[in-house]
Design a protein around this ligand. Structure first.
Ligand code: AMP
Length: 495
């Protein structure tokens, strides 16, 4: 373990642009890509509600439309009609608590001597500041604070005197941190996943082309077949006519750093990530939770919707051991209230939990209750819900969480909270139980997470629950050798 020592730009403030997003890339043989990209973005809306954008190429020129807001609000029929061309990329961007403006919205597009470039990014670089300074000294002018523009300029520079895969290789050699990208270079689309594969990216096949997307649910909505995950350190270049693709494995490191929190919270339950269906992973985590800290109560209920799969796995495992446990919905969710997480003040966050969830009295009144959720971040939700359930007549309220305590911030793409805001950053589980007001509280162990995801700890990014990161973040500890990976010989196309 060692402290990170590179120009870590990843310190957080509320008004800093952060890239927590969904990305898409599509190449088709004989129809416009805009509409499939639009549908795919709809499927990825949960990954970002702040802005949405599409860039297409019609063989002669690039077209783009990027707007603030939800996918459904960002495009109308006319916008889609103007996005001509059978190749395209898209992006949805996560909301942040601080100021947000269009300069950070994506895809980022840039024209330069040898062509036009569009870029969608999910993840976060830790050496963006150094790269930006270097490129600025070489005459590159930047229009936003985001690290995506740094990647775009770096790639554009390398494309001046190299072919596409060499330019991608040279760019990846300089990038450090987490990135899943879809890139549009003239009319060609490619997908790139960072050497440790922190954020997801999949390849899917359509009747008349190929799609790259953050999650397989986006392939499903296009009636496509999931081909496979893009491998860590791999670039997949789609043929411009939608007929095939080329795979170039630029890095092949010994360990990966898949984000476990994608499985726990962020990704859709119907997506398959790194070979595992997220819903099943969550049920497995729920089963493990019962094995580690199951408690006999009258009823097991989820915090909707985030705790549902966990609670169902937990209740299943309980009944398998003969426990007489009822699984029931005890909280009704108002689906029109946005994520409580994005409320800027604590007061508003508390109000939002109350607006969002209301108890179903018949499940709760006079009964002992186990409340199951995926995670506790600031503690607002659990504190409010325990009080709500007691007010609704619960005799006792036990809280079980399907992930370990979140003790440190995420620097790589999940908008969590600052260290000061995290309830578990400086409290023991018993202190958190007291703050939350529960009769008992248990988290899942880190080892159980690795087991449930069928991974070793070394192949996961567990930074937010261990405080040790798989990339060198300034001022933070690491859990592995984070010296820069060297670029190997490009591998043959492997399928
Ligand atoms: P908190 O109320 O701050 O403890 O947040 C915990 C609740 O927020 C849980 O119900 C989680 O499902 C949900 N949650 C966890 N992580 C995030 C995130 N990154 N963005 C939005 N909500 C989250």
């Amino acid at each position: 373990m060692q402290a990170g020592n590179v120009d870590g730009e990843a310190t957080r403030s509320d008004d800093e642009p952060r890239e927590k997003c969904g990305v898409v890339g599509v190449s088709l043989s004989d129809r416009d890509a805009a509409r499939p990209v639009y549908y795919a973005l709809y499927a990825l809306q949960h990954r970002g509600q702040d802005s949405a954008g599409i860039v297409t190429h019609d063989g002669f020129q690039q077209h783009d439309h990027v707007e603030m807001g939800l996918v459904g609000d960002a495009f109308d029929e006319g916008d889609l009609a103007e996005l001509a061309g059978s190749t395209g990329i898209g992006h949805v961007r996560y909301p942040t608590a601080g100021s947000v403006d269009k300069s950070c919205a994506q895809p980022f597009s840039v024209s330069f001597n040898s062509g036009s470039l569009g870029l969608s990014h999910n993840g976060n670089l830790v050496n963006a500041a150094g790269l930006r300074d270097e490129l600025a000294r070489l005459g590159h002018a930047f229009t936003s604070d985001g690290d995506t523009e740094v990647i775009a300029h770096s790639l554009a520079r390398n494309l001046l005197d190299a072919d596409l895969s060499s330019a991608v290789e040279q760019t990846m050699r300089r990038l450090h941190g987490s990135y899943s990208l879809t890139v549009m270079y003239d009319d060609r689309v490619l997908g790139v996943r960072d050497p440790r594969g922190n954020r997801p990216l999949v390849l899917g096949e359509l009747d008349d082309g190929y799609v790259l997307a953050s999650e397989s649910a986006a392939v499903d909505v296009l009636d496509g077949e999931l081909v496979r995950d893009v491998r860590p350190g791999e670039a997949i270049v789609l043929d411009a006519d939608g007929q095939g693709y080329e795979s170039v494995r630029l890095f092949d490191l010994e360990t990966t750093a898949h984000c476990f929190f994608e499985h726990v919270y962020f990704a859709r339950p119907d997506s398959v990530i790194d070979g595992t269906l997220v819903y099943e992973a969550r049920r497995e985590l729920g089963r493990a939770l019962w094995r580690e800290s199951g408690i006999d109560t009258d009823v097991v209920m989820p915090v909707p919707d985030s705790g549902r799969a966990f609670a169902s796995g937990y209740a299943d495992a309980a009944s398998e051991t003969g426990a007489d446990v009822e699984f029931a919905e005890g909280l009704m969710k108002n689906r029109y209230v946005g994520r409580t997480f994005i409320m800027p003040t604590q007061d508003e966050r508390e109000r939002a939990v109350r607006l969002k969830l209301n108890p179903i009295r018949s499940t709760v009144e006079g009964r002992t209750v186990t409340l199951i959720d995926d995670s506790i971040v600031r503690g607002t939700t659990s504190t409010q819900l325990v009080e709500l359930l007691r007010d609704a007549g619960a005799e006792s309220v036990h809280v079980r969480i399907g992930a370990p305590a979140i003790v440190a911030p995420c620097y790589f793409g999940i908008d969590m909270a600052t260290r000061e805001e995290l309830i578990a950053a400086d409290r023991t589980t018993e202190e958190i139980r007291e703050t939350v007001g529960a009769d008992s509280l248990s988290y899942l162990s880190v080892d159980a997470v690795a087991d449930a995801l069928d991974e070793t700890r070394d192949d996961l990014c567990l930074g937010c629950v261990t405080g040790e990161y798989p990339y060198d973040v300034d001022g933070e500890a690491t859990d592995r050798d984070v010296s820069r990976p060297t670029v190997g010989e490009p591998a043959e196309a492997d399928d």
